[in-house]
Structure formats: structure tokens, C-alpha cells
Design a protein around this ligand. Structure first.
Ligand code: URA
Length: 231
């Protein structure tokens, strides 16, 4: 059981004080009956709660798919260029953070969540969760592609085997199971090419929604959350 104003604030639609005002003004119903007391207790697992007649659902964790634009930084620091500035301020209040980092000039799928344990697992190299990046690069020969695929020795580690699909010498997709700092750029550099454009297309079994323009976001569907959590 939890307070109604906390339930609403946790759902990410109101701050706690906005939630209190919404409840007092009669906009909230619980199991079909208007409730005007912000401290009223609701069962977060079973209650049917509506705001102006629209259902809201409490979940312990939120999961957001963000299509990251260039020039934004994957940080929760209070920086005007933080990816968190692309999301409602309630999300920062709920303790949400980007799951891993994309470089400032890398675009595409960035998961933002407040599910710390799952984020930790998704980022752990032990779990081998695949990520596919679309790229543009300086021309790659078949020999360089083979070297990328079999693993490249870098200053601090050797990349694991991965797959590279080429559309032509300068465009393609690469799928890796690791996520080391500047990994893709460093791998291409090591074989004598350079990345000139990088977009993350998939993350841990989920595909970037083509309907999201750069800078847009949406919540993951229940089905996507199940894929993420390996259910
Ligand atoms: N590899 C990189 O080099 N940069 C990214 O942003 C992601 C993967």
C-alpha cells in the first residue's frame, strides 16, 4: 500500500506537489470513485487509478527508449546538453539515468531507466547483450572487415569476435556484445579506417523505433520490457 500522491508521482506524470493538487481538485479516481485525499492509501499492485478518466499504472521501474541526437551527453549531471534534458524533469526526480553511454556524436537507441539492477546486468560483459550500430567510415577492405570480425588488439583489451555487414566500402552495420569506451571507433581506427558516423540501431534484443525522430522518446511496451528482462 502507498499514498495516492506518491503513487501518482512515481508514475512520472506529476511532481509530488502537483499530484497533491490534482487529487484535491477531484481529478483522480481510485477503483471508480473520486478520491480527494492525497494521503489516501492505495494498493499499487491492484488499484485502478485514473487521472481525468485516463488510466495510469504504477510500476516500480520505468524504461524509456530515447533516440539520442548528436551533441547530447549521456550523463545525469545537470548539464544543458545532458540527454536527461530531452525528457520530462519528473524522470530525473525518479532517479532515471542513461543505461551506458553513447559518445556525444553518436546517435540512436539509448535506454533510460531507474532499474539499477537490470542496467547493471545489461552492461555487464558477462551477459553478452548484443548491440548493432549502423556506421559510415573511411573505406574498409574485405581484409579489414575480417580483422574487425575476428577481434582487434587495442591498447587495453582485445575486442571479442563480432559481425560486420557491409553495404559498400563505407557503409554497414556492426554487431558487438561489449561496450567499452569508444569501442567501435577504436576498432575501426586499429584496422586503418575511421568511423565518420555512428548510430545505435539495437540494444539488448530491442530495435530503435523508426517512428521516433532524433530527440524523441517513448516508454518501452510491456513486450519490450519482457525482452529486456529476459522473461
Ligand atoms: N562505440 C563508440 O565508439 N562510440 C559509441 O558511442 C558507442 C560505441
Amino acid at each position: 500500500m502507498m499514498r495516492l500522491d506518491k503513487y501518482l508521482a512515481d508514475s512520472g506524470i506529476f511532481s509530488r506537489s502537483e499530484a497533491g493538487r490534482a487529487v484535491r481538485s477531484g481529478r483522480i479516481a481510485v477503483n471508480g470513485a473520486a478520491v480527494r485525499d492525497p494521503s489516501a492509501k492505495v494498493d499499487e499492485l491492484t488499484a485502478a487509478v485514473t487521472v481525468d478518466g485516463q488510466a495510469v499504472r504504477w510500476t516500480k521501474y520505468k524504461y524509456i527508449m530515447l533516440n539520442k541526437p548528436a551533441d547530447y551527453v549521456s550523463t545525469t549531471d545537470d548539464d544543458p546538453k545532458s540527454v536527461m534534458k530531452l525528457l520530462p524533469p519528473e524522470f530525473t526526480r525518479l532517479g532515471m539515468f542513461p543505461c551506458g553511454r553513447l559518445d556525444i556524436d553518436t546517435v540512436g537507441f539509448l535506454l533510460v531507466t531507474n532499474d539499477g539492477p537490470t542496467a547493471h546486468e545489461l552492461l555487464s560483459p558477462k551477459h553478452h547483450r548484443e548491440k548493432t550500430y549502423g556506421f559510415e567510415c573511411l573505406p574498409l577492405t574485405m581484409e579489414m572487415k575480417k580483422r574487425l570480425e575476428s577481434g582487434v588488439e587495442l591498447s587495453d583489451f582485445t575486442s571479442k569476435p563480432c559481425t560486420v555487414q557491409l553495404d559498400d566500402a563505407t557503409h554497414g552495420r556492426i554487431t558487438v556484445t561489449e561496450g567499452k569506451y569508444h569501442q567501435i571507433k577504436r576498432m575501426f581506427h586499429a584496422v586503418g579506417s575511421e568511423i565518420t558516423y555512428l548510430e545505435r540501431l539495437t540494444f539488448a534484443g530491442l530495435t530503435l523505433d523508426k517512428k521516433l525522430a532524433r530527440g524523441e522518446w517513448r516508454e518501452l511496451t510491456e513486450e519490450e520490457i519482457n525482452v529486456l528482462l529476459g522473461k
